[in-house]
Write a protein that binds this ligand. Structure first.
Ligand code: PGA
Length: 242
C-alpha cells in the first residue's frame, strides 16, 4: 500500500489568524499544505512536530535577481517548504507563464531540495493527450529525485464554475498516458500523478479509488479542515487493496 499524496492549495485565500486552528485540526495527517507565500514562516513554525508538510504555490524560474514581487525557490525552501506547485493554470493564464519557464522552475525547485508539483491540463474542448504531452515534453532535461505531476483539466477547477468533473475512468486514462510519458522521459526519477479539479470530501473516494491516481490537489475545499479530514479518510479507504 502506497500512501496517496494529498495537497492543499489555498490559492490567494486564508489568513495568519486562521492558521493555528487549521494546523491543530490536521496535525496528525500526512498532508501537504500550500498557503500563500507570506504565511510560510508562520506555517512552518506551527507545523513543527506535526505530520503535516509545507508547500508553496509558486517560485521563480531564476535563482535570484531583479524580479520585483517574485519569490525564489531557495527562499521558500529556506522557510520550510518541501514542495512547490509550478505551472498552475491560474499562473499560466494570469501571469503569461510559458512551458519553458515552468520547466525551468521545476528544475530549480528540485535543485534547491524541493519536490515540484507541475500542473498540466487542457482547456474545454482541447485534445487532452496532446496538450498534456506538449506540457511535459521539456522535462527530459529535468534533474532531481522526485517529480509530481498534477493533472488539472481547466474546466473542472471549481473557480471555472462549470460544476463538472471528468469521470474516474477519464481521469484514469489520462493518468496512465502521463505515466507512460514520464516513464519514457524520466526513467530514473520517482514520479507520481495526482488529480486536481473540484475535489472534495464527497467525491474524493471516486477519484482516489482509481489505482492510477496517486493523490489529489485540492483548491477551494482545502480551506476547510473538515473537508481535508474527509479527503484523507477517503484516501485511506481507497488505498485498501490497491
Ligand atoms: P479546486 O482547485 O479544487 O477549487 O477545483 C484545484 C486547483 O486549482 O488546484
Amino acid at each position: 500500500m502506497v500512501n496517496k499524496l494529498i495537497v492543499a492549495n489555498w490559492k490567494m485565500n486564508g489568513s495568519a489568524a486562521g492558521l493555528a486552528d487549521y494546523v491543530r485540526a490536521l496535525a496528525d495527517l500526512p498532508l501537504v499544505i500550500c498557503p500563500p507565500a507570506p504565511l510560510l514562516p508562520l506555517a512552518a513554525g506551527l507545523m513543527k512536530d506535526t505530520a503535516l508538510k509545507l508547500g508553496a504555490q509558486d517560485c521563480h524560474a531564476e535563482p535570484a535577481g531583479a524580479f520585483t514581487g517574485d519569490v525564489s525557490a531557495s527562499l521558500i525552501h529556506e522557510l520550510g517548504a518541501q514542495y512547490v506547485i509550478v505551472g498552475h493554470s491560474e499562473r499560466r493564464r494570469g501571469h503569461g507563464e510559458s512551458d519553458a519557464f515552468i520547466w525551468r522552475k521545476a528544475g530549480l525547485a528540485s535543485a534547491v531540495g524541493m519536490v515540484p508539483i507541475l500542473c498540466v491540463g487542457e482547456r474545454e474542448g482541447e485534445d487532452t493527450a496532446a496538450v498534456v504531452a506538449a506540457q511535459l515534453q521539456g522535462l527530459s532535461a529535468f534533474e532531481g529525485k522526485e517529480l509530481v505531476v498534477a493533472y488539472e483539466p481547466l474546466w473542472a477547477i471549481s473557480a471555472a464554475g462549470t460544476g463538472r468533473m471528468p469521470t474516474p475512468a477519464e481521469v484514469k486514462e489520462i493518468h496512465l498516458t502521463i505515466k507512460v510519458i514520464l516513464e519514457k522521459t524520466l526513467p530514473n526519477i520517482r514520479t507520481s500523478v495526482i488529480y486536481g479539479g473540484s475535489v472534495k470530501a464527497e467525491n474524493a473516494l471516486f477519484i482516489l479509488g482509481e489505482k492510477a491516481v496517486d493523490g489529489v490537489l485540492v483548491g477551494a475545499a482545502s480551506l476547510d479542515s473538515a473537508q481535508m479530514v474527509g479527503i484523507y479518510q477517503a484516501s485511506i479507504e481507497a488505498q485498501v487493496g490497491q
